[in-house]
Design a protein around this ligand. Structure first.
Ligand code: GLA
Ligand code: ZN
Length: 682
């Protein structure tokens, strides 16, 4: 089934990326040359104006849009559409000079000098006013231009400001939330060490030279930062929509694990989800792992609106900001594009079209390198991606990827774990816990939504909550209802410890702790040193990091500890609760165990997968699917290994696209290193 187009004015798979012609205004021939190369590379869209403020408003209230008119029109004459950015990601010098309040203040109270980007105060009325003026002018001039299909609001929102304006806004937000200081002092447990607040203006954001011991404060501050960022973004959206509400808006997000912001909240005002993916391909520890992490991020972006999304940026070959920035090896660029599409992307877009000549990004790769020609390996691979996207539009564009499994990812749990001063301050691997639960489904082609604790669980058969330390905002009720109605729930060690403000839940077996659904209560939790292990299944599986010592009430015990004074106590439990069941894994178990458990559950729950069970997915490969008409499947076979791989026993299939050199037999496909095959099956 196809969803409504992300960009209704131009409903096709998008191929293009950030184009920064303002850097090249002294090189008059370059625009024509670039357009010629863009056409050659099958580029159908560019993102303009992201960092153009100083060239659009060189002095306060002096506007110079003529160069942008020329660029948009010339591109349009050549069939290339525009994603138009608001320029708030980087401000001109004059603006900071005239309104120093726009410069961000660090947590230690120091105000920035002018420099860098993405570092303005989200609260500053002066910044908002200057943004209102330029955004409105841009919208008035371009929002009805036939080429403009989407607003790109600012760039990669992030960071926080601790200035007085922000402190006051924070106090105001807290007053709305708690009403009285008494409530706040309880929620934050601030009688501890006599940190009790007696006036609202005593409240200050967390700081390395101030308060870090109040965990509720730290959590609420981060929530406020997300809220203030959302409020600023909404301000910009209102400016452009006031002129023409028809053009959808997006904001380019960063990877999931850039967890300063809660994207589940921030995404609410957006029409279209888009993000910038920079997987660290060709690390020494294996591309399949890198591919899996990228896939999980794509799945999260798809989950935010339960539909396809845009890959707004990826690099044509190398970045320049890593310790070691490697080129993509032949084939990897195409595979990486296919991986994004496989998980729900309707585009492949780049940072950037033409490589900068100077400043900090001059060595970041681009579609058009410093050579200025199409005669590069990168350009040829980009062109192949363009051809592939054209070939996929008819069948893939706008299709969905229905999920029966949800993996609960809570950015706020990550915030809380990072500061919890708990059993293992040398590392509680929250992301590791997510990855190891994701692995089986990723490999096997069972779609997983990466959902936050507010998700409506009724659409799923299986819900997995790895290390969900915070049970907040009624999550317990959603789980109880889900299991009561027949769902299968799995939690893993160190879940359900604290509430929304990081107050530990009291009592032995309580409903707040979900004990009725889970069927046990936890007495204490042991921590293991790095390298130290316990085990279960007579030594078959090594246990690491954390070991909970729990007492069954109604649950069945499936596995027990082999060693230490808690040998014989449960590690894996399952409790029948009304029509459903709830598993718990009380220690950090190896991925191999989770693979086995989830394989068993996939069979028992009859989970839909990309390919039938008898098709063995070879090591280093993953399969994924999107749903075509007639409930047929568009199956994406991805080989992240650097060797040839064969999938046999494939059902009847029709090929949509394959990597170079792939061999197709009636019931098998062989693809080379970093190869792929996109097929359609019944
Ligand atoms: C981010 C930014 C781009 C550029 C790239 C470089 O994604 O949005 O402007 O700096 O990184 O990788
Ligand atoms: Zn501020």
């Amino acid at each position: 089934m196809k969803d409504k187009a992300l960009t209704p004015k131009f409903p096709v798979m998008l191929h293009g990326g950030d184009y920064n012609p303002e850097q090249w205004l002294r090189y008059p021939d370059i625009l024509d040359k670039d357009i010629e190369l863009m056409r050659e590379a099958h580029i159908n869209v560019v993102s303009l104006g992201i960092f153009s403020w100083a060239d659009l408003e060189p002095e306060k209230d002096v506007f110079t849009f003529e160069w942008l008119d020329r660029v948009i029109n010339k591109l349009w004459d050549n069939g290339i559409h525009t994603v138009l950015a608001t320029p708030s990601g980087a401000r001109p010098q004059w603006l900071a000079q005239e309104y120093p309040e726009v410069l961000r203040v660090a947590e230690d109270g120091r105000r920035n000098l002018f420099g860098h980007r993405h570092n303005h105060c989200y609260t500053s009325p002066a910044y908002r006013e200057r943004i209102r003026i330029i955004d409105t002018k841009l919208a008035e001039r371009y929002a009805s231009h036939p080429a403009v299909i989407l607003w790109h609001i600012s760039n990669e929102f992030g960071g926080e400001c601790h200035c007085d304006l922000c402190q006051n806004a924070f106090r105001h937000w807290l007053k709305q939330k708690y009403g009285t200081l008494d409530e706040l002092n309880h929620a934050w447990w601030s009688h501890f060490w006599s940190h009790t607040y007696t006036e609202w203006n005593q409240i200050h954001s967390p700081s390395s030279i101030g308060e870090t011991s109040i965990h509720g404060l730290a959590l609420d501050w981060k929530r406020f930062v997300t809220e203030q960022t959302r409020d600023f973004m909404q301000w910009e959206i209102d400016c452009v929509k006031a002129v023409n509400p028809e053009i959808p808006v997006t904001a380019n997000f960063m990877e999931v694990f850039n967890y300063g912001l809660n994207y589940y909240e921030l995404c609410k005002p957006l029409d279209v989800i888009s993000w910038d993916a920079y997987p660290d391909w060709h690390v020494t520890w294996g591309n399949d792992r890198v591919g899996m992490i990228a896939s999980l991020s794509h799945d999260m972006m798809r989950t935010l609106k339960h539909r396809s999304f845009l890959l707004m940026e990826n690099t044509p070959s190398t970045t320049n900001w890593r310790g070691v920035s490697k080129l993509k090896k032949p084939g990897m660029h195409l595979l990486s594009a296919v991986n994004a599409i496989a998980h729900g992307s309707d585009s492949t877009m780049y940072f950037q079209i033409r490589q900068s000549r100077g400043s900090t990004e001059k060595f970041h790769s681009a579609v058009i390198s410093h050579t200025g020609t199409g005669n590069t390996r990168t350009f040829r691979e980009v062109t192949k991606v363009g051809e592939l996207l054209e070939a996929l539009t008819a069948e893939v564009y706008g299709t969905n990827a229905p999920a029966e499994v949800a993996l609960i990812f809570d950015p706020e749990t990550k915030w809380a774990l990072d500061q919890c001063n708990g059993p293992r301050n040398s590392g509680l691997d929250y992301f590791g816990a997510l990855f190891s639960c994701y692995h089986y489904f990723w490999m096997r082609g069972i779609t997983v939504n990466i959902a936050d604790p507010h998700e409506d669980l009724s659409r799923y058969k299986l819900v997995i909550a790895p290390m969900l330390y915070l049970f907040r905002d009624g999550f317990q009720d959603r789980v109880r209802k889900f299991v009561r109605n027949g769902g299968t729930f799995v939690s893993t060690v160190f879940s359900g410890i604290a509430d929304s403000t990081d107050l530990v839940m009291l009592g032995e077996a309580t409903e707040e702790k979900l004990s009725d659904v889970m069927g046990y209560w936890i007495e204490e939790t042991d921590a293991l040193h790095d390298g130290e292990t316990n085990s279960m299944s007579a030594g078959r599986y090594q246990l690491t990091e954390l070991c909970e010592i729990l007492h069954p009430t109604t649950c069945e015990v499936l596995e027990t500890y082999d060693q230490d004074y808690y040998a014989g106590y449960p590690v894996v439990t399952c409790n029948r609760y009304e029509k459903g069941q709830a598993y718990h894994i009380a220690a950090t178990v190896p991925e191999a165990y989770l693979d086995e458990l989830f394989e068993e559950l996939a069979g028992e729950l009859n989970l839909t997968s990309a390919l039938p069970e008898n098709v063995v997915i070879p090591h280093g490969c993953s399969v994924t699917w999107r749903e075509a008409e007639n409930r047929e499947k568009l199956v994406f076979i991805q080989n992240f290994s650097d060797e040839e791989r064969t999938l046999s026993l494939l059902p009847d299939y029709r090929v949509l696209a394959v990597s170079e050199g792939a061999q197709m037999e009636s019931s098998s496909i062989t693809v080379g290193a970093f190869g792929y095959a996109i097929i359609r099956v019944k």
